[in-house]
Design a binder for this molecule. Structure first.
Ligand SMILES: [Zn+2]
Length: 218
């Protein structure tokens, strides 16, 4: 990946540049940025469906301090350890509205970033093109199901320093932005499936063995 003169700022502060339309540019220095977060962090076990922290709205982030920075570092470390493309704070048991992502879009371009207090834009009807690709979740290990979601997403929130940001995604990355935002409001993707599909996903989970450490439910 090409070195950019924004790299120092990005690595040191986690603050991303923006494009002409005001969207964050999260596709530059992805390898270096992700590695820097992860190197400072510690992987933590992943909470799974049934753990109450996953089924209620998380708390807004109001303080953008060193503790939040450490959480973000741990989230990147955990995401990598579990081979995920996105991770919400409640997936490592933390009741805060933060998610991280390291996700390719449908053009194979890698996006790396952090969003606090995310809110999805309502899409105008003409922009609502549904895509019914497969979806999975680290908190529903080894299960996958087709789920129709808009193929375009815009999320507004703040970066880990508290700066307002707007993230735009298409394809698989749009799916990720919607999936992670859902987590922070207490919803798993299986909550959007039919009863029968949800049951099937839980059956797949019961029969599989995750390749990463999970938090046992009581
Ligand atoms: Zn998930």
């Amino acid at each position: 990946m090409a070195q950019q003169d924004t790299e120092q700022q990005a690595v040191a502060g986690g603050v991303l540049p923006v494009d002409d339309e005001g969207f964050v540019i999260d596709t530059e220095d992805t390898e270096e940025r992700e590695a820097a977060y992860r190197a400072r962090g510690t992987a933590r076990p992943i909470t799974v469906v049934g753990n109450p922290v996953l089924h209620r709205e998380t708390k807004d982030v109001t303080v953008f301090d060193a503790e939040l920075a450490e959480l973000v570092d741990d989230m990147f470390a955990s995401q990598r350890a579990a081979e995920g493309v996105g991770l919400a704070a409640n997936q490592i048991g933390v009741d805060k509205k933060v998610f991280v992502y390291d996700c390719p879009d449908d053009e194979g371009v890698r996006h790396v970033g952090v969003v606090c207090n995310p809110v999805l834009d309502e899409l105008p009807a003409e922009r609502r093109v549904l895509d019914d690709s497969n979806e999975g979740c680290l908190s529903v290990p080894t299960a996958y199901a087709e789920l129709a979601r808009p193929d375009h997403a815009v999320v507004r929130g703040q970066d880990e320093k508290g700066n307002p940001i707007v993230v735009r995604g298409t394809g698989y990355f749009a799916r990720c932005l919607q999936h992670e935002t859902d987590h922070l409001y207490g919803y798993l993707y299986i909550d959007r499936l039919s009863k029968r599909e949800r049951k099937e996903a839980l059956r797949q989970m019961a029969e599989g063995t995750p390749r990463y450490e999970t938090v046992p439910n009581d």
